[in-house]
Design a protein around this ligand. Structure first.
Ligand code: NAD
Length: 360
């Protein structure tokens, strides 16, 4: 089958890691007889250099013509890059917020999975890790505190700032449905995280999630307060399957969950809209400190490509095959420098890509 895939190489290590993911996608085409037609899209710093702005209408239009977009990270070193002399709305990150908004990407998925081979990198004690953990953090991405009205004023000579947290039932319903759909493809458990003991927005969140749950009788639903969830993630991470939560709670909890795995270079992510379309990218940034050295870990981007195969292109077998090839490369003892440990063999970015292709 033919699929149209947009590639955003991005900044820093972006071009190196996207090239490795493309190598793996090309191997998937050969093995399974698909055709992937790629188009190159500009975003972030690369777009500022070429077009003067971090996101152009042309990029949005090109993305809309694709079935899915795979992206390396964007951005540079805030202290040294000229991009950060620009006003905030013209900096690289504004391009990312802009494309998420233009494509209505409201559902952010971040898996946190502990590879057996990388247990040593996990900061938790062995008795807590137990049989490992495998969770999916599902974060609402376009509402809540980050998009509400805000202002800073002076009240009686005292500087005062206000941010507003708004959700309507439609916004909650669509992300909840996505969460339950994903749970149906996994271990069929949803933990909905809120602060319903304090916030009205959380009480509405909880009520709407309960309504959606009625359509998914096979899925176990539990509610958890966000402060308890932050604690449970380090106390007993294996209890979680899908964590469903709003924008700011998800921002914080997904970073916590990624740290618990101990290896940022391994973590993929996806941002989806109401169609099959998704933007797939590693959870880490553009790592300008190691850019151009062929030492970055490409696995997070390769696993993001696997998520793209599964969630946007409905190629589950192919996605499983890529994930299994990654596991085999790790099991054979190959490591990039960020996940290197005693007794393993250190490989470069491109060697890791080649190895994963060979296991595929
Ligand atoms: P970062 O994730 O880029 O780097 C943090 C540390 O992790 C660095 O030491 C880096 O070398 C290392 N690292 C990250 N990815 C790695 C990989 N694949 N292999 C090996 N090591 C890796 O975070 P940062 O330094 O805070 O941010 C750098 C830039 O990235 C900033 O401009 C930031 O705004 C941007 N950023 C972009 C995104 C995105 O595109 N979605 C996300 C986060 C940060």
């Amino acid at each position: 089958m033919e699929h149209r895939i947009g590639l955003i190489h991005g900044d820093g290590i972006g071009p190196e890691i996207v090239d490795e993911a493309k190598k793996v996608l090309d191997a998937v085409c050969t093995k399974y007889g698909h055709t992937f037609v790629y188009s190159k899209l500009l975003l972030g710093g690369a777009s500022i250099d070429a077009c003067g702005v971090p996101l152009t209408d042309e990029t949005v239009g090109q993305a809309k013509d694709c079935d899915a977009v795979l992206m390396g990270s964007i951005g540079g070193d805030a202290k040294t890059s000229p991009w950060y002399q620009l006003e905030p709305s013209r900096r690289p990150e504004a391009g990312l917020l802009g494309i998420r908004k233009a494509l209505n990407l409201f559902a952010n998925l971040r898996p946190a999975y502990l590879y057996d081979e990388l247990r040593a990198a996990c900061p938790l004690r062995e008795e807590i890790i137990g049989g490992g953990f495998d969770m999916m953090i599902m974060r609402e991405l376009t509402g809540g505190l980050y998009f509400g009205e805000r202002k800073t004023t002076e009240v009686d000579g005292v500087r005062t700032a206000v941010d507003t947290l708004t959700y309507n039932e439609q916004e909650i319903r669509r992300i909840a449905k996505r969460g339950f759909d994903i749970a149906m493809k996994r271990r069929k458990k949803v933990t909905s995280v809120d602060k319903a003991n304090v916030l009205d927005s959380s009480r509405l969140w909880r009520a709407v999630v309960e309504e959606v749950a009625k359509d998914y009788p096979e899925v176990e639903l539990e509610h958890m307060l966000v402060d308890n969830c932050a604690m449970q993630l380090v106390k007993n991470p294996a209890q979680f399957d899908v964590i469903l939560t709003e924008n700011m709670f998800g921002d914080i909890l997904s970073d916590e969950a990624s740290m618990v795995t101990g290896s940022i270079g391994m973590l993929s992510s996806a941002s989806l809209n109401e169609t099959k379309f998704g933007l797939y990218e590693p959870s880490h940034g553009s790592a300008p400190d190691i850019a151009g050295q062929n030492i970055a870990n490409p696995i997070a981007t390769i696993l993001s490509a696997a998520m793209m195969l599964r969630y946007s292109l409905d190629l589950d077998t192919e996605a499983d095959a890529v994930e299994s090839a990654v596991k085999k490369a790790l099991a054979a003892g190959y490591r990039t420098v960020d996940i290197m440990s005693d007794g393993c063999r250190q490989v470069s970015t491109s060697e890791m890509g080649d190895l994963i292709v060979s296991y595929l």
